[in-house]
Design a protein around this ligand. Structure first.
Ligand code: FEO
Length: 402
């Protein structure tokens, strides 16, 4: 048996999750600080496990459960979200614990059936607003469709005033510290923002709806327990407020320049564009794509008002790393951005047009005429690049003043 111990978080509830110190790629998202898969054990007349962990961490979770109670004594399992980082060991847990019931949302029952090919009677579907008695305490289920999947729900435990929020309000951060106030604030909010940008951004309209739903329910929440990262106990209002703001993506006097370069010509243009933006009081983050990960670009874009893209033309196309990042960003559907495009080419120069088309699909209007320079930019070309930056900066200031 592995040596892992549960952590008691309230009189009735234990953290029995797993710490993934080594994960760095979470389906394309650079998880620089690892992650946790949180699972929670409720000790009441009905012993209840809320969510499970990623398959390779099953032994760790079972060892933590066993430090409190034999796993066979679990009566109920709640599956708030069917993605496999939380259900990877669900089938084995069902086999081991033989729980009386496994609960999920209606969409969760369907998704779990499609993942694990369960017989129809394995999962019991619960409706939004439905309550389940565990003995002294009660669970209330609230559907949160598309946050993060169609099956998602959150579960509230009344006696402990805990909201188990699955992916909601989480972050990828491996730590032995279990609570928000035990971690450096900068790290905490940096990772929370990165998580929102890379996981929740496409669902921003639903996030706004969720915040309203939670406010309407008027639940007394003392612990907000996501399935990744620390438990919120000191700054619950702070993380809720940030989610509200991130979902809106209001105008910001910040710009992100992403570019790749072959023989430094597009890099020279990027420097000149930066200079133009800065002259207008815009805060600029320059992200050369040979050293910037797509998920860090997404985070930078979340609180920016402009996305400027530079690409050389290679074999009639934009640079592969530019295509990678734009494809990723397109899926994340960032809002309220203006854009601009620049690049260098040898004999054909299709990349700029290709990037323009991509921005159009992303509904990012161009704030300046694109710049496509043949081979190495001379002083006149650099002045034009600087002007492009000035134009975008002026437009951004105007938008933010409205
Ligand atoms: Fe942590 Fe959407 O799974």
């Amino acid at each position: 048996m592995k040596s892992f111990t549960a952590e008691k978080i309230t009189e009735k509830v234990y953290w029995v999750g797993a710490i993934d110190w080594g994960v760095r790629d979470f389906h394309g998202y650079l998880t620089s600080r690892g992650s946790t898969y949180n699972a929670f054990l409720i000790i009441d007349e009905k012993v209840t496990l809320v969510d499970t962990v990623k398959k390779p961490f099953q032994d760790e979770m079972i060892a933590r459960i066993a430090s409190v109670i034999p796993p066979e004594k679990i009566d109920y399992i709640i599956s708030n979200h069917s993605e496999m980082d939380h259900t990877g060991c669900l089938t084995d847990m069902i086999e081991l614990a033989k729980p009386e019931k496994v609960y999920a949302s209606t969409m969760g029952k369907k998704a779990l059936g499609l993942h694990f090919h369960f017989d129809d009677d394995v999962i019991t579907a619960v409706k939004s607003g439905e309550t389940l008695s565990l003995g002294e305490s009660n669970l209330t289920f609230v559907e949160t469709r598309m946050l993060h999947w169609p099956d998602s729900m959150v579960t509230y435990l009344d006696t402990e005033k805990i909201m188990f929020s699955q992916d909601g309000f989480g972050m990828h951060l491996a730590s032995t510290e279990r609570y928000d106030d035990q971690l450096p604030q900068q790290v905490l909010y940096e990772e929370a923002e990165k998580y929102f940008a890379n996981i929740l951004l496409p669902f921003s309209p639903m996030v706004s709806g969720l915040m309203k739903k939670l406010a309407d329910l008027n639940l007394d929440i003392e612990l907000l327990c996501p399935d990744h990262g620390p438990i919120w106990r000191s700054d619950i209002s702070g993380i809720l407020k940030r989610w509200e703001n991130w979902a809106i993506q209001k105008c910001s006097r910040k710009a992100v320049i992403i570019y790749d370069t072959m023989w430094k010509s597009t890099g020279l243009l990027a420097d000149a564009v930066t200079d133009g933006l800065v002259s207008q009081g815009i805060s600029v983050k320059v992200m050369p794509l040979d050293s910037s990960h797509r998920s860090d670009v997404a985070t930078a874009v979340l609180d920016s008002g402009a996305l400027l893209v530079g690409s050389p033309t290679i074999n009639g196309e934009m640079f592969p790393r530019v295509a990678d990042v734009l494809t990723y960003l397109k899926g994340l559907k960032p809002k309220n951005l203006i854009g601009a495009v620049f690049g260098s080419y040898g004999w054909s120069g299709e990349a700029v047009k290709n990037v323009e088309q991509c921005l159009e699909k992303m509904k990012i209007p161009l704030a300046a005429e694109s710049l496509n320079i043949n081979y190495v930019p001379d002083n006149e070309a650099l002045a034009r690049a600087r002007s492009l930056g000035v134009e975008v900066g002026k437009e951004l200031n105007e938008r933010c003043n409205q």
